[in-house]
Ligand binder design. Structure first.
Ligand code: PEP
Length: 252
């Protein structure tokens, strides 16, 4: 945790479930909120399920976010969704540059930066994802890779817009494997230094989330690490009980 930074626990629902299941999941999260004191919560359903999640929350107290947005403001971009459309649908956040989008859609740091600019222009808080592959970690390049992704993916107005960074080692996503707590702390320390250097006065308190196989059994230890200001949760966010248990692991 970082002093004076309220942690954020974000659920990335990815491309899962039916409309009915999304409604039930959102309702399950809303119904269990009294056990969560120390963190803000965010759920990020697929575009088509945003409206049921937003309706369940009555726009509060759990924030709603998209999993991607276009870098363009509007116009002839078939199949894309703009940041303004997400804001209009009740979103406060948008996940950008997730490793699955970088891998599946060839998203570059430059494109992620352009999307982050579009998100900020629409009043959304971007959650920019970075993280190394297993080969990069094994060859000792992890911190340099992440520092380069930060330099390339974050726009100049990122910190002022209260942007969020999520460190998600690619090899830890959906695998049940996590870095050691020392490795997470070291990476988050490096990211803090990069952000404080680039955005003096704001980078010191930018939320830095950890993501990659966070579950109720490891959440408390990870969330207690220095410079870990919350979690981006994939698989475990699809069960309301597990997502709430992770959020409840943040001390009140
Ligand atoms: C993710 O994809 O953002 C993620 C963290 O997934 P999981 O928690 O399933 O590893």
């Amino acid at each position: 945790m970082t002093p004076d930074v309220r942690p954020l626990i974000a659920g990335n629902w990815k491309m899962n479930g039916t409309l009915r299941e999304a409604a039930a999941l959102a309702e399950g999260v809303r119904a269990g909120l009294e056990g969560v004191r120390g963190a803000d919560l965010l759920i990020c359903p697929t575009f088509l399920h945003l409206h049921v999640a937003a309706a369940s929350m009555g726009w509060k107290p759990v924030a709603i976010g998209g999993q991607d947005c276009s870098a363009e403001a509007n116009g002839a971009h078939t199949g894309d969704v703009s940041a303004a459309m997400l804001a209009d649908a009740g979103c406060g956040y948008v996940i950008l540059g997730h490793s699955e989008r970088r891998a599946d859609h060839g998203e570059s740091d430059a494109l992620v930066q352009a999307k982050a600019r579009a998100a900020i222009a629409a009043g959304l808080i971007p959650i920019v994802c970075v993280g190394e592959t297993e080969a990069q970690r094994d060859s000792g390049e992890a911190e340099a890779v992440v520092a380069a992704q930060l330099a390339g993916s974050l726009p100049p107005d990122f910190a002022g817009a209260k942007g969020v960074v999520a460190y998600e080692p690619v090899w830890a996503i959906g695998t049940g494997r996590t870095p050691t707590n020392d490795d997470i702390a070291a990476m988050h320390g490096r990211m803090r230094a990069e952000l404080a250097g680039r955005f003096p006065g704001a980078g010191e308190t930018t939320r830095l989330l950890y993501g990659g196989s966070v579950k109720p059994s490891n959440a408390a230890a990870i969330l207690a690490l220095p410079n870990v200001d919350g979690a981006l949760v994939g698989g475990a966010s699809l069960k309301a009980e597990d997502f709430l248990a992770i959020a409840a692991a943040v001390p009140a």
